[in-house]
Design a protein around this ligand. Structure first.
Ligand SMILES: [Zn+2]
Length: 558
């Protein structure tokens, strides 16, 4: 619906609610006795707000808002608790996240033996014909950190296909059965942008990096529609419990979008979705005339997502200089970037069609090449408010901050990765490059728009962990209590802004959501502690007590 139509619909609602003798209609919902952080510089704080339909109609003191109370108004007393806008996670893999909630959990397996044991346990629960997927293992948890091999898991799951991912999604381990199904042997060549990890004799170990994982993903049976709906419902349930009222789903297959559309039609989406399918399929969106942020308040499409490189954890992020711990390696450009002309042509076409472009780039050289591509696109198609995005933007070359800001490129970042990678990143890239790693402070100082998210299921969806990470930069191993590269910390207010109106800006929705002011969608959360009154170290333990999406309470603690 256009904004004008929305305003018209609200007007009709207003007039039907007008009571004789009063100069404004009565609210459907009033939230009062709250400590509201509105996110708006004009009126930063308020006590209460009034909602009609799915929108905020007034924000002010408890007394002022009390005048909106009618006989049918539902009043929510926040008992002095802190209220902030609903969180907008700018980068998630929502269906994978939902599916993972019911799958094998490997992220916190403390040893490689426990990793294998959990896969064996899952194998006993798995029906024949089904696969064990996901897992999110983390070799850096193990002492020593070793690359797992198929020999570990073949004995515990000889007859069930196992293809478990490293938590960053850039490496996965297959058992022998899966290597056979995928046709991977010692004779198989590494594909562009990928690597088959091999032992001393040249035989595949089962570990596959980046594009080499495609050998397997091609043979995984597709999810059924029922499984997809189930995964989305699990994801929605989790999202509302942690106060995430909007997500931006990167790389959904079109079947996911269809499932979202079905749930949207039933009014069953409790978190708003912006879907950015693969850039390689840009024409499928363009040919029906869809462009940026097309859709309804609950479901939008019109963006494309691509990959420029791999990840730091898998040593496939693409750098100008070699890895400090592996002098022969600078990382890998993605297969989409090889050849670069193909990427250039597709992205220029997508941009010309009005689609928004989001590109994953982690290493400094990958980011630089994407900025080159963006400059070319702007030259080819002319100036426009296009809000190009770099997803992750983890390791910046000093020379690139300037043009990042100049081209109004959005840095879509995941602070939790910083406190996770911070445990070992310096070993990989040395003391110089870490100064411009997860450079939140520098980005803001240079005037770059930040959008925050988690990359769930790569990192936890809980926004409190992200706020904690951005403000403390205290690594997960407890070794940097005052912050890893502390000069890149930002304030709570800055982090919240990036996570609400910043993410809304990144999806062209800054006039619709992300602030608790008149006219905005009534998406908000009530917290059990005042995050502005506690030390940042305690942010990670704060809980959501109520989540509201579009004026409806979608989650509440008993
Ligand atoms: Zn991602």
């Amino acid at each position: 619906m256009s904004r004008r139509l929305t305003a018209f619909a609200v007007l009709i609602t207003f007039s039907s609610k007008l009571i004789m003798g009063q100069n404004h209609p009565m609210a459907d919902v009033i939230l009062t006795h709250a400590k509201i952080w509105t996110g708006d510089k004009g009126i930063p704080a308020a006590e209460a707000l009034a909602i009609i339909g799915d929108r905020i109609v007034a924000v002010g003191s408890a007394k002022e808002i009390g005048q909106w109370r009618g006989g049918a108004t539902k009043v929510i007393d926040a008992h002095g608790q802190r209220v902030v806008p609903g969180f907008n996670d700018a980068h998630v893999h929502f269906v994978d996240g939902g599916r993972q909630l019911d799958n094998v959990q490997l992220k916190d397996a403390p040893t490689v033996q426990e990793f294998a044991r959990r896969i064996g346990e899952q194998a006993r629960k798995t029906h024949s014909g089904e696969w064990i997927l996901g897992g999110d293992w983390d070799d850096q948890q193990w002492n020593p950190a070793v690359m797992p091999t198929k020999e570990l898991i073949d004995p515990v799951a000889p007859n069930i296909p196992v293809f478990v991912s490293r938590y960053d999604g850039h490496m996965a381990l297959a058992n022998s059965l899966v290597l056979k199904l995928a046709g991977i042997t010692a004779a198989t060549k590494d594909p562009p942008g990928g690597a088959i990890v091999r032992d001393a004799k040249g035989n595949p170990t089962g570990a596959l990096k980046d594009a080499a994982m495609n050998f397997v993903t091609r043979v995984i049976p597709p999810m059924t529609h029922e499984q997809r709906l189930q995964a989305i419902n699990r994801a929605l349930e989790h999202a509302r419990s942690v106060g995430v009222t909007s997500v931006q789903h990167m790389n959904p297959p079109f079947e996911d979008v269809a499932a979202y559309a079905e749930l949207a039609a039933q009014g069953a989406l409790t978190t708003r979705i912006y879907a950015a399918p693969m850039e390689t399929d840009w024409e499928d969106q363009a040919k029906v005339g869809i462009n940026r942020a097309f859709g309804s308040p609950y479901l939008r499409v019109g963006a494309v997502k691509g990959y420029a490189d791999g990840s730091l954890g898998s040593s496939t992020a693409y750098f100008f200089e070699p890895y400090a711990d592996n002098p022969g390696n600078r990382g890998l450009l993605s297969d989409e970037m090889q050849p670069i002309d193909g990427m250039q042509k597709r992205l220029t076409g997508a941009d010309k069609a009005g689609l928004q472009i989001c590109i994953h780039a982690i290493g400094d050289a990958a980011i630089s090449q994407v900025l080159d591509l963006f400059a070319e696109i702007i030259r080819a198609n002319g100036p426009r408010d296009r809000r190009l995005r770099i997803e992750h933007a983890q390791h910046m070359a000093a020379k690139d901050f300037e043009r990042f800001a100049q081209m109004n490129v959005i840095a879509s970042m995941q602070p939790y990765h910083a406190i996770d990678d911070g445990r070992w990143a310096e070993k990989r890239i040395g003391p110089e490059r870490i100064k411009r790693t997860y450079a939140f402070r520098t980005f803001l100082d240079r005037g770059v728009h930040l959008a925050f998210g988690t990359d769930w299921n790569v990192a936890p969806l809980n926004p409190m962990l992200t706020l904690y990470a951005a403000t403390t930069r205290a690594t997960l191993d407890g070794k940097h209590p005052d912050g890893w590269v502390p000069e890149q910390k930002i304030s709570l207010e800055e982090a919240l802004t990036a996570y609400t109106s910043g993410s809304a800006y990144a999806e062209f929705q800054e006039n619709e959501k992300g602030k608790l002011v008149r006219g905005m969608l009534a998406d908000l959360v009530v917290l059990n502690e005042d995050i502005f009154a506690i030390p940042p170290t305690r942010l990670k333990d704060v809980k959501v007590v109520l989540t509201m999406t579009g004026g409806k309470v979608v989650f509440q603690t008993p």
